[in-house]
Design a protein around this ligand. Structure first.
Ligand SMILES: [Zn+2]
Length: 405
């Protein structure tokens, strides 16, 4: 009798108890091969050329070579992690000199056009845009030459403000000081970096609808990341709206999905040499597999529905990418949300709906959960105070729409 019971309970355990909740594989109309490919690593060192020093020994640096060309003209070489790749020629390095000098520094991208307006900093924290008249574009606008004052003090030069995995951790720690936000690690990246997760909500998580927020699949896309931070900070704000929203909803935030790519100063890919935002179908990459499984498991274990997935990126201008055929749970959400954002900001947002044909996150949210999936893109050069305002406004508009549903 005991033996029968044991066998029966083992059977039931196999059937239900050890059921693992995992993201399903999907076949998209336009699949992408996301098999791991090799990447090139930078040589991390202090480079020296005719009295000027260039340094890439920090997380988020990108500099592949440094040399003196002629007179006061120097050149940095900026190469991608592998090819083919989306043209996002990201650079970041430190410079100094034994004597004060005015130099011209050519950014040589080998196989891409200049894209990011250079920022400079004396401490790696506070950044200013290098004035337009100090940036000279080559006639074919492929390379750019910067006029810089270099001296004994370190001058940081970067494509965007440096926001690496250490900065992400510090920001998460700050958010998690609030009792409604728990910081954990959902798993590890290919090279062992933490995949940070902020789990936001007040009270029992059971059956609460979930909103997923992801950011930094693409390393240089700092402006989208800044909008994501302002968006989350507004959700954590001590206002009646935010407080009630956190009681009603759970928000899962993966602020840095590609920490290897970010810290390695990549243009686009992860340490597996793949664009993570093409791997939301078969999960070949560690980061996609971990995050997708984590979201699926969290929703299943708490009998929750995931209703909305927001993925923050950057491109040449602000735009929202939506699904033409979207969620059935919140069918009108995206239109009202964009209208609300537009009227609060007093300007019309760009948006572009499309069918869910490719293995990107917005389509995965739809396929996996029937959720609304939206890509929230901020322009590379969108003013930082506007990004902050837009992040906050879009959180308020989202909360107002969802709290009354
Ligand atoms: Zn992107």
């Amino acid at each position: 009798m005991k033996k029968t019971l044991l066998v029966a309970s083992c059977f039931l355990f196999v059937l239900f108890g050890c059921r693992t909740y995992e993201a399903q594989p999907f076949v998209f109309e336009k699949p992408v091969d996301t098999t791991t490919r090799p990447i090139n690593y930078q040589t991390k060192k202090i480079y020296e050329a005719k009295g000027i020093f260039a340094d890439n020994r920090f997380d988020g640096a990108r500099l592949n070579d440094f040399k003196h060309l002629q007179n006061e003209l120097y050149q940095v070489t900026i190469e991608p992690e592998n090819m083919p790749i989306n043209p996002s020629p990201y650079y970041a390095f430190k410079l100094w000199s034994t004597t004060d000098k005015n130099i011209q520094l050519e950014l040589n991208y080998t196989d891409a056009r200049h894209r990011y307006a250079p920022k400079i900093s004396s401490n790696g924290k506070d950044w200013t845009l290098l004035a337009d008249n100090l940036v000279m574009l080559a006639a074919d606008s492929v390379n750019a030459t910067l006029a810089l004052e270099v001296g004994a003090d370190t001058l940081w030069v970067a494509a965007q403000e440096i926001q690496n995995s250490t900065h992400a951790r510090a920001w998460c720690d700050q958010i998690a000081q609030h009792s409604d936000a728990q910081l954990s690690v959902a798993g590890k990246s290919k090279l062992g970096r933490d995949l940070l997760l902020l789990d936001i909500g007040k009270g029992a998580a059971e059956k609460k609808d979930i909103i997923a927020v992801i950011s930094r699949q693409h390393p240089p896309e700092v402006t989208g990341y800044l909008a994501m931070q302002a968006f989350i900070e507004e959700i954590m704000n001590d206002t009646p709206l935010s407080n009630n929203f956190r009681k009603k909803y759970r928000v899962l935030v993966f602020p840095m999905m590609n920490p290897d790519g970010v810290d390695l100063g990549h243009w686009r890919h992860n340490a597996g040499g793949i664009d993570p935002n093409r791997d939301w179908a078969v999960y070949n990459q560690e980061e996609n597999r971990t995050v997708a499984n984590h979201i699926v498991r969290t929703a299943a274990e708490h009998r929750s529905d995931l209703i909305l997935g927001l993925d923050f990126h950057s491109t040449y201008y602000d735009i929202f990418y939506t699904n033409k055929v979207g969620s059935e749970a919140i069918p009108d959400f995206k239109d009202y949300w964009l209208q609300g954002i537009d009227s609060a900001l007093g300007q019309k947002s760009r948006s572009r709906p499309s069918y869910a044909q490719t293995p990107v996150s917005k389509n995965w949210f739809l396929k996996q959960f029937g959720a609304e999936g939206i890509v929230y893109e901020i322009g590379d050069s969108t003013p930082r105070d506007f990004i902050e305002q837009k992040g906050k406004v879009s959180a308020i508009e989202m909360m107002e729409l969802l709290i009354f549903r």
